[in-house]
Design a binder for this molecule. Structure first.
Ligand code: UD1
Length: 358
């Protein structure tokens, strides 16, 4: 079975890595190629993950870069089509919900090549999110859908996707986290930054709804500045967010203990998260990683496509209006959480078993 795996952005790398590793155990069955669209291209948004996660060098780098949604999606489609014509795979495997996911799924299905979507069925029900559109459309055109949790199966059935195409397999991102946990524990970044475990805050923000609106961004940053008088705030800044912060007046940061860093590699970042008192984020994957690590997570969003992390995990949706109070409260009384079913490090094993039996 000839497979082309697609990656494009930072959160794709840790989802494809365990799948490729698992398929490598069956060299007679799978012939694998990795295609990187180049949606993310900075060394610390892309390259570092290949090294740390032991991903093979991509067979093809499409080098599409940034652009509006239409331009980026179109460029990926145009560049991906000849890759499929030349290689003629049996399956294209796409993960998550980014523009690269939808673009490559669309090209493949129109060429009659089967599409497998990993992390299918998640829904925020917020169609102003570009990712929600990517999720809805990718799921409609996929031939096989691998879901991380039961709510995703329900969403797909409600949208008329035949149940024979849907497999509940668990969470591939957690496969990587479990695999990498020993290396994460060996990192010394917490001590190197003179941080005390559970006494600091980790922040990531990159959603347009939070960072593109100056008023909202200012409210979030004010809450972080206020919190930082008590607990240091560690903020590895996404390139999109960096541009927006630079446009704000810098006085608000005077005397504050907010430490802006460049985006970090996987191991250092998860090491910081693991020992933090609370994570403030708008990322999807981080809601899952904090759930698994049982670290309190405050998600600055109105909704989440990962409701399981709120139902059983340590995640809570909060607004920028009362972020400071939420942080203070969480630091004093951290919530308890449970690990969702099948987030056990074996999701890739289940996926590969399904593909082998097709
Ligand atoms: C993308 C995904 C989002 C995902 C996020 C993870 C879509 C629609 N969005 O958002 O779902 O959560 O990745 O990080 O696919 N930039 C750089 N260097 C890079 C990459 C981006 O400087 O390596 C800058 C560029 O100015 C670019 C901006 O960041 O215009 C946004 O990048 P883009 O890939 O469009 O979306 P993200 O916000 O990264």
């Amino acid at each position: 079975m000839k497979i082309i795996h697609v990656v494009g952005t930072r959160p794709n790398f840790m989802k494809i890595a365990p799948l490729m590793r698992e398929m490598n155990r069956y060299p007679d069955h799978f012939q694998q190629l990795l295609v990187h669209t180049g949606q993310h291209y900075d060394v610390n948004m892309s390259h570092v993950f290949f090294e740390e996660l032991n991903l093979p060098k991509p067979s093809r780098f499409l080098d599409v870069g940034s652009g509006s949604h239409a331009v980026q999606t179109a460029k990926i489609m145009e560049a991906f089509e000849p890759v499929l014509s030349t290689n003629n795979p049996d399956w294209v495997v796409v993960v998550g919900d980014v523009n690269s996911t939808l673009a490559c799924a669309l090209v493949a299905t129109k060429m009659g090549i089967k599409v497998a979507h990993v992390e299918a069925g998640l829904r925020s029900r917020d169609r102003t999110m570009p990712e929600e559109i990517n999720r809805l459309l990718t799921d409609q055109i996929s031939d096989i859908l691998f879901t991380p949790s039961e709510d995703a199966n329900m969403n797909l059935l409600r949208e008329g996707i035949p149940s024979e195409k849907v497999y509940l397999v668990g969470n591939v991102m957690i496969d990587t986290l479990i695999e990498m946990l020993p290396s994460i524990k060996r990192r010394t970044i917490v001590a190197d930054m003179s941080l005390r475990p559970q006494k600091y805050i980790v922040v990531t923000l990159h959603r347009p709804s939070n960072v593109d609106n100056t008023m909202t961004l200012r409210k979030i940053l004010s809450a972080l500045v206020k919190s930082s008088y008590k607990y240091p705030v560690i903020f590895p800044v996404h390139p999109r967010t960096r541009k927006k912060i630079l446009e704000l007046e810098s006085e608000i940061f005077e005397k504050a203990n907010v430490r802006f860093l460049d985006p970090l590699g996987y191991l250092d970042f998860l090491s910081l998260v693991r020992s933090s008192g609370v994570v403030v984020t708008d990322s999807g994957g981080l809601q899952e990683e904090t759930t698994f690590l049982k670290v309190p997570c405050l998600t600055v969003r109105l909704n989440t496509e990962r409701p399981i992390t709120v139902q059983v995990g340590t995640n809570r949706l909060v607004s920028s209006e009362n972020l400071f109070q939420e942080i203070t409260q969480t630091m004093i009384m951290p919530p308890n959480g449970e690990n969702p079913e099948m987030w056990d490090g074996k999701a890739s094993e289940r996926i590969v078993k399904v593909l082998r039996n097709l």
